[in-house]
Design a protein around this ligand. Structure first.
Ligand code: SF4
Length: 273
């Protein structure tokens, strides 16, 4: 299939210039690269502008509650291990409400690809500070400036043991498509943090800001170098920060994914009481 074959015919209503358009195109490009058949793909999203993605990609779709996309994605993957599960969410959704689910999905190495639209703001609700907003950010929810420390999702994911950690930028959509393709091909949990300018409520974090600061990495750095690059406050390094092999959750628990009946559960319980 070609990227345009994944269109659903629905026109996105994102603001003109929003980084979500490029992420949409990169997702379709990545799907075409792996020759994904729409009936083998489940798209899951949380609440936010990014959540509308499920309307615009030919696939099964589930629009979950705020911060709850990963538990839904986990259920889909365990019940249907042959499905490819691609999750879209915002940084407020995934790194705020959903952060507990993120850490445990990483620890379990659930075989899903999580694309986080990182724009440092809650865009859908018109501009409140997100966990990724730098300290001092003045917003509708923080009129005196953010006092919480800024969350670094790459460091968090690597510390939790994520088997694929990457950063992309919606202004570099070809590279982003490759990173998403890499996440889909990867066996295990893949986090792709995507710098995505919110052109309406994103304050200074627009294309000019990122264009001056992004740097593409040539190769996957060593662990220590990856930690150093992820903490660089002068530049945003783009590419795969970390990737290694570890069995995915469904491979470690085939008894779950082969299909358990109510009778199996009763027998299991009786074994333990
Ligand atoms: Fe995009 Fe921001 Fe508009 Fe939402 S509010 S569609 S994130 S530009």
């Amino acid at each position: 299939m070609k990227p345009l074959d994944y269109n659903t015919g629905k026109i996105p209503v994102w603001c003109p210039g929003c980084g979500n358009f490029a992420i949409w195109n990169s997702i379709k490009k990545a799907l075409a690269s792996v020759d994904m058949e729409p009936h083998k793909l489940a798209l899951v999203s949380g609440i936010g502008c990014s959540g509308k993605m499920i309307n615009h990609v030919r696939s099964y779709g589930f629009h979950a509650l705020h911060g709850r996309a990963l538990p839904v994605a986990t259920g889909i993957k365990l019940a249907n291990p042959d499905m490819t599960v691609l999750v879209n969410g915002g940084d407020g959704d995934g790194y705020g409400m959903g952060i507990g689910h993120l850490i445990h999905a990483i620890r379990r190495n659930i075989d899903v690809t999580y694309v986080v639209h990182h724009n440092k703001v809650y865009g859908l609700t018109t501009g409140q500070a997100a966990p990724t907003s730098p300290e001092g950010t003045v917003s509708k929810s923080t009129p005196f400036g953010v006092v919480d420390s800024q969350l670094n999702p790459l460091i968090l994911a690597m510390a939790a043991g994520a088997t694929y950690v990457a950063r992309g930028y919606s202004g570099e959509s070809d590279q982003l498509a490759e990173l998403i393709e890499g996440g889909i091909r990867h066996n295990g949990f893949a986090l792709i943090d995507v710098l995505q300018p919110c052109v309406t409520f994103g304050g200074e974090y627009k294309y000019d800001y990122y264009n001056d600061r992004v740097v593409k990495m040539d190769e996957i750095p060593s662990h220590d170098k990856a930690i150093e690059l992820a903490q660089d406050t002068d530049h945003y390094h783009l590419g795969v920060f970390s990737q290694y092999d570890r069995p995915a959750y469904n491979e470690q628990h085939p008894e779950i994914t082969k299909g358990i009946t109510a009778k199996d559960v009763t027998n299991l319980i009786q074994e333990y009481v």
